[in-house]
Design a binder for this molecule. Structure first.
Ligand code: ZN
Length: 138
C-alpha cells in the first residue's frame, strides 16, 4: 500500500484528509493560499498560517500516463493516470493525484483514454485518507 510521507509543514493536510476534508494552507495575515505547505507566506513573508477548507471541485489541468520503468508498487498498477487538478475555488492551487472510478478504487480503475484536460472532477478520500479524484460526470 502506498502511504503518504508527512512532514511538519504538511501534516495538517493529511490530518484533515483523514477526516475527509480537503484543506489548503492559507496565510493568516494576507489570506493568500499556498501549496505545497511551507512555513512562510511567499506573498507577505508572514509565518502565521491557517488551513482553509475548499469545495473539492476542480478541473483536470494536465495529466500523464506513466510508462515503464516504474517503481514496483506502481508497475503492478499500470496503466494508470496521474492528473493535475486546478481547484475551482482556488484556481492557482494545483494538486497532483489519480483519477479513479470511486473512492478507494485502484489506480488503474479508470481507462487512461477517459482522461480529458478540462474535465470536472471531485475529490474523494480512501479509507487511509489519501485524496483521489472522480469525474463529476462519468
Ligand atoms: Zn501572506
Amino acid at each position: 500500500m502506498l502511504a503518504p510521507v508527512t512532514d511538519t509543514d504538511g501534516s495538517p493536510f493529511w490530518q484533515y484528509a483523514a477526516q475527509g476534508e480537503l484543506r489548503i494552507q492559507a496565510c493568516a495575515d494576507c489570506g493568500e493560499l499556498r501549496f505545497p505547505p511551507r512555513p512562510c507566506c511567499p506573498h507577505c513573508q508572514s509565518f502565521a498560517s491557517e488551513w482553509r477548507q475548499v469545495s473539492g471541485h476542480g478541473r483536470i489541468w494536465s495529466y500523464v500516463v506513466p510508462h515503464p520503468p516504474l517503481l514496483p508498487d506502481y508497475a503492478a498498477q499500470a496503466p494508470y493516470n496521474v492528473i493535475v487538478v486546478e481547484l475551482a475555488d482556488a484556481p492557482r492551487i494545483r494538486l497532483v493525484g489519480n483519477l479513479v472510478t470511486e473512492a478507494g478504487a485502484p489506480l488503474d480503475s479508470l481507462s487512461p483514454d477517459r482522461v480529458r484536460i478540462g474535465a470536472r472532477v471531485q475529490v474523494v478520500f480512501t479509507d487511509t485518507g489519501l485524496p483521489q479524484w472522480i469525474l463529476e460526470r462519468p
